[in-house]
Ligand binder design. Structure first.
Ligand code: BMA
Length: 820
């Protein structure tokens, strides 16, 4: 009985405590919005988060700029000023709270904010969040109105005040996504509007503003960590802080009084480390901190947290200066791509888009993405998913291909921007590096930007550069995070021979300077942070651009979706070097993708073979922001180009890679794992009809985390145009040709196909008596082929899964490379 009474009493005390909970309230102000032009249109419904283009589009006031040549027709939109308004009702409970703040996660860009008719704030940075204390202004019924001045005009006015012109155009004066003013893969669609959430935060007591978890020491036995809390008030009294790890209370911190920031040490026994997905498990802990006063919960903050130590290794050595990453004390080889915004209109990017793209990254064996500096600091979900999926992120600050101003306001503005962004991202396990900018220093030193300027002017511009990239940004990263900082990517432009021996490199000898792909074999830098080649996108994207149902590459629409001045010419020139130039448009698209894949894989393999001289490769570019002919390996609709399929193989942890040097075929095994491998390396040369012409084998031991050459033979007696080398090691296989595709005498055998229905789509079985090179499967049924652009060897069976929700597969079509 006593026990029951005690139990009831505890329950009563517990529920009394619960009653006292006084958590801050967050109210979304994303609904009810309307918009109009300052001097055009009447009020119309608007979507928040959103932007002026998508609002106009949903009212059919403009045509879709992503199709045909419509981009040109909508340019007037960014020359106008726009106005947004909403109303919201508040309860007495909210109005009675001691503090109420209006919070904007992102405004694009020059906004004047009126709360109940009174001007409260003007903003000038789309990358910053803003808060306004509004307690005194609020009533039951409220109106919020925002006027956006167009950034083109503001930029022009700012430029006019500068005594000299800065490269490249007026975009540099406005802190917003730089690619929106047009890029060599993207349209000019310069948005304005409320591009992120709007909310009200109401609270009575102290609130936690942010959290920073730092590592003090990590051993197998224990991870000693420290959590720093920034509280809304500098001084608080009588509070206690409880730390929960995976829902278990591990620490109660009670000392008082407390000053903000408040630092609380805590420990995790036998810590499980976070690894990239290709090297281990990306394990994340759930950490939660609760603030209480007299047993009432006042606020709480939680985060997922991966225990890991990631470092940039950048040391002088006998060659020059290394560049690579260490994870948990081990050097790891970086494989991945450069990432750009997934849409010109950020509000069109759904959580499913993030999930799909980042799953593709994992499936393709990439362990790093570089978030490129001309885009945006990504949404939280991007970094959450990278943490979960074990992908590292090289994060650029948002500055690209230009010189930026250095006046007091600009510097103050980016200082706040940098501090907010670094604080927002610092607890993410995925964040491996902050980089100051993309190609600004290279541009200044190599692209003629200094031409006809006075010494004084040059000095001033360079000093402004240093103020941002050598002072404010590195200091912010050091003060507010544990992440390493790199001033600019690349360290040296390709005009400086040091680009191969020091730091990271962008090798645009390929493409921009028309060098042959073979250049990549002999010119390997310490870390390749950009190199790339364009191709046409899927038939689906091409037909969408043209709004037609058959492929036509000669339309004005297609021209309008190629943003590189010499793009078509370069693709054609390079195709001619390696392939017979196709005369049919569909074949041309297919071969352009094979070409892109061939060139980039040649580079990836050369860079991986050169490990540890080279410790990473990120090609340009993973994705598209609109339907385009571009460097991407995944197109706007998420379809994989040939490069994505071939990169998947070239990025596997264990790679068999052969090359020809002085008429000798050399075969390497690259091993990115931390384990030694033993097995038989087997070689055979067959002709295209399956006849074996030569074979060899060798027992080998492959060291952990290494690249070694294991075999070589002379090409002297090899029939280069009529045979192929097949190498196997354990369950890996490589197919290596001795000549360019256009030189091969590929036979025109029949490729038999059989399609069966499976749980998740269809299974396609392929077989042929003769070699079938670069088999491309396609259908108008929406779905994904797990493999594509592969070779079917004579008399071997290849099975490919096609994932789709469709009950029926429309005609399965096949292209193969035929030269004769
Ligand atoms: C790199 C990038 C981008 C550009 C790409 C292709 O230099 O940093 O600025 O889009 O090349 O030209």
């Amino acid at each position: 009985m006593r026990k029951i009474i005690l139990g009831l009493l505890t329950l009563l005390i517990f529920s009394c405590n619960r009653l006292k909970i006084d958590l801050p309230k967050k109210i979304s102000i994303n609904s009810n919005w309307q918009f109009k032009g300052i001097d055009t249109l009447d009020w119309k419904t608007a979507t928040v988060p959103g932007n002026i283009f998508t609002d106009l589009l949903s009212h059919q006031i403009i045509e879709d700029p992503f199709i045909k040549t419509n981009e040109e027709k909508v340019q007037w939109v960014s020359k106008k000023d726009w106005e947004y308004k909403t109303t919201f009702t508040l309860t007495d409970e909210i109005l009675s709270k001691k503090n109420i703040e209006l919070h904007f996660d992102g405004l694009d860009t020059y906004a004047k904010i009126f709360v109940n008719g009174s001007l409260q704030l003007t903003t000038d940075n789309a990358f910053r969040s803003y808060s306004i204390p509004v307690k005194k202004l609020l009533k039951k019924e409220n109106e919020l109105r925002i006027i956006f001045k167009n950034s083109e005009e503001v930029g022009k006015n700012k430029a006019n005040k500068n005594p000299y012109q800065l490269p490249e155009g007026n975009r540099i004066y406005t802190r917003k996504a730089q690619f929106q003013t047009g890029w060599d893969w993207g349209p000019k669609l310069n948005t304005s509007g409320i591009w992120k959430d709007v909310s009200l935060k109401a609270h009575n007591q102290v609130i936690i503003e942010n959290l920073f978890i730092q590592k003090t020491k990590i051993t197998d036995r224990v991870a000693k960590l420290n959590c720093t809390l920034n509280l809304k008030y500098n001084y608080v009294h009588g509070y206690s802080f409880e730390i929960f790890i995976n829902n278990e209370l591990v620490k109660i911190y009670k000392d008082h009084p407390h000053y903000s920031p408040l630092s609380i040490p805590f420990e995790i026994k036998k810590p499980k480390l976070w690894w990239t997905h290709n090297l281990g498990e990306p394990y994340l802990y759930n950490i939660k901190i609760i603030v209480k006063k007299e047993n009432a919960i006042l606020d709480s903050i939680s985060t997922k947290y991966g225990i890991r130590d990631v470092k940039l290794i950048n040391k002088k050595d006998s060659i020059g200066e290394s560049f690579g990453f260490e994870l948990n004390g081990k050097p790891i080889y970086i494989k991945g791509a450069n990432y750009i915004p997934q849409n010109s209109f950020q509000n069109k990017v759904s959580n499913q888009h993030y999930e799909k793209l980042l799953s593709d990254v994992v499936v393709t064996n990439m362990n790093m993405l570089r978030v490129w500096g001309g885009g945006i600091y990504e949404n939280d979900i991007f970094y959450d998913l990278c943490d979960e999926k074990g992908i590292l992120v090289w994060q650029d600050f948002m500055f690209a291909c230009a010189m930026y101003p250095g006046d007091k306001n600009f510097l103050e503005n980016i200082k706040v921007e940098a501090e907010q962004q670094v604080k927002r991202l610092r607890n993410h396990a995925s964040i491996a590096l902050w980089c100051g900018n993309n190609e600004n220093a290279e541009g200044w030193k190599r692209w003629g930007w200094q031409f006809s300027r006075t010494e004084k002017e040059k000095q001033e511009i360079w000093n402004d550069y240093l103020a941002v990239f050598d002072s404010i940004l590195p200091k912010t990263v050091a003060d507010f995070s544990e992440t390493d900082y790199w001033e600019t990517s690349p360290k040296y432009g390709r005009g400086n021979p040091k680009y191969k021996t020091e730091g990271d490199a962008h090798d645009w000898w390929i493409w921009h300077d028309s060098y042959p792909f073979e250049h990549l074999e002999n010119n390997v830098p310490r870390f390749m942070s950009e190199f790339g080649f364009q191709s046409y996108p899927s038939f689906e994207v091409i037909n969408y651009i043209n709004q037609k149902d058959s492929i036509d590459l000669k339309t004005d629409a297609i021209k309008a979706h190629q943003k590189h001045a010499r793009g078509f010419q370069l693709i054609d020139e390079y195709i001619g070097r390696d392939y017979k130039i196709p005369t049919h448009d569909e074949d041309y698209v297919y071969v352009s993708q094979l070409l892109q894949a061939k060139g980039i894989i040649m580079g990836i393999e050369a860079q991986r073979r050169a490990k540890p001289y080279n410790m990473g490769t990120l090609y340009w570019q993973l994705n598209d922001c609109w339907p385009a002919i571009s460097w991407s390996s995944i197109d706007y609709f998420g379809n994989w180009k040939a490069l994505q399929y071939k990169a998947k193989k070239a990025f596997e942890n264990i790679l068999i890679s052969s090359k020809i040097k002085n008429n000798i075929v050399q075969t390497f095994i690259v091993n990115d794992t931390f384990e030694k491998l033993n097995g038989t390396l087997q070689f055979k040369i067959i002709n295209f009809y399956g006849e074996e012409l030569w074979s060899d084998s060798k027992e080998i031991e492959v060291l952990e985390n290494s690249s070694q050459q294991f075999h070589e033979f002379s090409l002297a007696k090899v029939d280069r145009k009529n045979s192929v080398l097949i190498t196997t090691f354990n369950n890996k296989k490589s197919i290596f040709y001795f000549d360019k595709p256009k030189e091969l005498n590929l036979p025109k055998g029949e490729l038999k196909q059989e399609i069966t229905k499976t749980k998740n789509g269809f299974s396609i079985t392929l077989k042929s008596d003769t070699l079938q090179k670069d088999v491309f499967l396609y259908t108008s049924t929406k779905g994904h082929f797990y493999d594509n652009f592969f070779d079917v060897l004579p008399n071997e069976t290849k099975v490919v899964e096609f994932k789709t929700t469709a009950k029926k597969i429309d005609t399965l079509k096949i292209k193969t490379l035929l030269v004769k």
